[in-house]
Ligand binder design. Structure first.
Ligand code: GDP
Ligand code: MN
Length: 381
């Protein structure tokens, strides 16, 4: 579960991290009032759970309360990457001398938290990792000892932070680590942590991702879930208990079992095509769930062909076939489909599909080869 910038920054602030003065507003009028209280120029920031808000026009610097109202009105009417903006943060403007990245997450391979810092803050840290990996510094944290001061100092030295800021930087790093641990977070990030014109360190942006499996013991944080966080597709998938992740390829995939789904995607890949999604319909899926899954796949405009790969154990192949047929009845889709059904009730399932002109396959490889060929064909037409 992701937390909004303003919530993350408040949590950081409680742990001693300095943040700009400011408050969140639900209306343009409220934004104006806050801007007047703060006095002077303010920054209006869309509170949506995606990155790159600046580029999308969701962050505006303004000089007067009237301008703040107008900017807030515009931003509150926006959608950023498909998510509606329902709140804006009104913060006092900071003069930025330089932008630092500071974050903490778990390093699964090392089995402990890792703190990451870079002098190249402000932009996407993934981008820095790609283009200038040498500009990223990491230290691993012993979960029993916590972050030690010398480790934070090592980070400060490694990113060539001027010496006057070391003391504050160490306190901020320790505060961020504390916020990370007390919230059961999987990510706590300040990007950018800025050096201001008057030579202070200030967390201008904040991001937190909480461990969903720990929310049971974080009732206060669990209440902060933003229902707009999920895209409509993800929400629908969750409603039907489907594990769905949208990808960029052209082959829609419907599979039961996460491992089989991953394997199916790899085999599609080996035939030179890319999967349009990861989708695990889970064990024992009935016709209704299968139909919901196929809906999700067919709604994706990139999909040129669909591969269905079902290993019937508790899941019955005839039920799956019925789900597919029900969807086809309703959708009248001309997207070609290949199904490989094996296991419980496979004869009946395959018979049903053959009657509906769904191409059947005998093995995963056979299915992948056929579906990729059909996708190529459909593109040529
Ligand atoms: P993100 O793009 O969604 O990560 O949003 P950020 O909060 O990181 O803001 C993006 C950029 O907007 C920052 O890197 C700054 O360059 C700029 N920005 C945000 N707040 C301020 C501010 O108070 N003063 C100035 N001058 N720029 C700001
Ligand atoms: Mn940012």
């Amino acid at each position: 579960m992701k937390l909004h910038e303003y919530r993350s920054k408040l949590l950081f602030s409680k742990c001693g991290v300095p943040i700009p003065r400011g408050r969140v507003a639900l209306t343009a009028h409220e934004a104006k009032t806050i801007a007047r209280e703060l006095g002077g120029p303010v920054v209006i920031k869309a509170q949506v759970l995606v990155g790159g808000r600046g580029k999308a026009g969701g962050i505006r610097l303004v000089h007067t309360p009237e301008e703040a109202e107008e900017a807030a009105r515009q931003i509150l009417g926006m959608q950023i990457k498909g998510l509606p903006v329902r709140k804006v943060l009104v913060d006092e403007v900071a003069e930025i001398r330089s932008e630092i990245y500071l974050g903490v997450t778990n390093d699964r391979a090392a089995r402990c938290p890792v703190m990451i810092a870079s002098a190249e803050g402000g932009i996407d840290i993934e981008e820095v990792a790609r283009t200038h990996p040498e500009k990223i510094v990491r230290i691993h944290i012993d979960p029993l000892l916590g972050l030690r001061e010398y480790q934070a100092r090592h980070l400060a030295v490694s990113i060539e932070l001027p010496r006057v800021h070391w003391r504050n930087f160490i306190d901020i790093a320790c505060g961020l680590y504390k916020a990370f641990t007390v919230s059961d977070a999987t990510l706590a990030e300040i990007n950018p942590l800025v050096i201001t014109g008057d030579n202070r360190l200030l967390a201008l942006d904040g991001k937190m991702v909480l461990d969903d499996n720990a929310l049971f013991r974080q009732p206060d944080l669990a209440e902060m879930r933003d229902l707009d966080e999920e895209t409509p597709t993800e929400r629908e998938a969750r409603r039907y208990g489907l594990s769905y992740v949208k990808l960029d390829g052209t082959i829609g995939c419907m599979v039961n079992g996460a491992g089989l789904a991953m394997a199916s995607m790899d085999v599609i890949n080996s035939f030179g095509a890319q999967p349009a999604n990861f989708l695990d319909i889970g064990g024992g899926a009935g016709a209704e769930k299968v139909a919901a899954a196929l809906h999700l796949i067919l709604k994706d405009a990139n999909v040129q062909a669909v591969m269905i790969n079902i290993f019937g154990g508790i899941t019955r192949c005839d039920e799956v076939a019925r789900g597919i047929l029900a969807t086809l009845d309703e959708f009248k889709s001309d997207i070609p489909m290949v199904a490989r059904l094996v296991g419980t009730n496979e004869e009946e399932g395959n018979k049903l599909l053959a009657e509906a002109n769904v191409i059947t396959a005998t093995s995963l490889t056979d299915a992948a080869e056929k579906v990729v060929a059909l996708a190529v064909e459909s593109q040529l037409q």
